[in-house]
Write a protein that binds this ligand. Sequence first.
Ligand code: ZN
Length: 575
Amino acid sequence: MSDFIVSARKYRPITFNNVVGQLSITTTLKNAIENQKLAHAYLFTGPRGVGKTTCARIFAKTINCFNLDESFDPCNECESCLSFNKNRSYNIHELDAASNNSVEDIRSLIEQVRIPPQVGKYSIYIIDEVHMLSSAAFNAFLKTLEEPPPHVVFILATTEKNKILATILSRCQIFDFNRITVDDSVDFLSKIAIKEKIEVSLEALNVIAQKADGAMRDALSFFDQIVSFSGKKISYQNVIDNLNVLDYDYYFRLTDAFAENDIPRALLIFNSILEKGFDGHHFITGLGEHFRNLLVSKDNKTLELLEVGASIKEKYKKQANNSSVNFLFKALQISSNCDINYKNSRNKRLHIELSLLQMCDILKQKEKQEIIKKIVNEKKEKLENEKIVNEKKENLEDKKIEIKQNEKIEIKKEEEKKPNIKKSKLSTLIKNREEKKLKKISDFEEKNISELEVNKDFSEKDIKNNIEEFANSVKEDTNLNVILKGINPVLKENFLIELNVNSNVAEKRVKEKHNKLLEFFRRNLKNNKIELNIKVVKNIEKTPQKRLSKIDKYNYLKNKNPKISSMKSMFDLGF
Ligand SMILES: [Zn+2]
């Protein structure tokens, strides 16, 4: 352990190229050196541990190097470089404004500034946490900052730019340092791990980088901490336990519980988190971040916003595929509300538990909506199916009618043949008889006999029944069907049938069927002499009547019942 050097020191970058995650700043600074356009005051702002002081040191070292290489990096060989690398350079002066913030401190600094450097061209003054200077100190400093000696470069560093006076800001070139991304941190840490021969998974490094929250210095010190605890082999679990980080797994399991509407499981998971000593507020912000991560995992375009290791990325992708955007959005809203109101709630545990219950309920609500949707869709489908079935039925009916009509035509044809068969039978019969009787067939006799057989008598009722039957055969033609059924047949002499209809339209419709009707009657009533007469008989009862006067009515009643007249005179009634 004697040679243990803290990684943050051991792996402190010594050229701009080694600086992690601040490419735009290091490029700009290098360009300034290359073009010999140095400002006399710089302000480096940004979160802690992102490389502000490191960049200031590299900058100081570079501008003092005696033989910069072709890419304008310090040589690391000259006297100046060596003294910088061993932290014994006289050209660099660091002042921590947090502890040296008085006017006196600044005055002694101003005295020191006047002295030119013994080695190298520039003296660099790094004033860290410059926002901590008192306003009096600021004012004392202002004049020197505006017109420093030519061998002096001031580099002011701060985490809180907003606390710096505008008069200072306007005299400095300002560089805003970024938080270092998790990817960059992991990258840097894994390089160190390789150099130190430490076996560590990317997931473990990821947790370290996330816990460091963009500060490389913190990431390195966490790394050292875990190495000293776990040795040369670091697992994900080591990191979780050591850094007291809430395992991703809790959030994945909770989300599964929400998806399954499993309230008891969600509450038990939360309980085990509290039992491990985690803070409720920390938990709920972590849960919100989990939903956010799931949301960005839903689309390949936003997947790069996910700052986690490859295997956990897969886990996120999988869970994201199983979660709807709607669910994630609502869960995010709930966790965000919980986060906002956490401080004001009296029963903080209950406050979080309530949010967990709401999250369990999201899918249930959605389920309900989906069930309703499903029912509506099923009904729609059913209606459409019925429609199709009805159409099919109609088609079937049409076909049936067609078949029936065909059958009828065939029957007719057969029946048309029948009389012939009868005739031939009859004729042979007659022939035989005649042969017996006269052995001579008279055409006249034959005709008479056949007529006798085919000219049967029938009644008006028979006609009515036949019309009814015929009407039924044209059922699909409702209009004709009704007309036929309304016919009032009268049987006249010589088998003449009068078909009385009550309108010209009806007459026309029935006349269209004249031949068929005739054929039908002749066949069914077995009488070839039948003739038809279709005519319109206006129904008297249906013709519009003129309004009857009171006298008319009286006369009508009197005709019906003559006693009314005597009653009228008896009671002396008037109209
Ligand atoms: Zn050098």
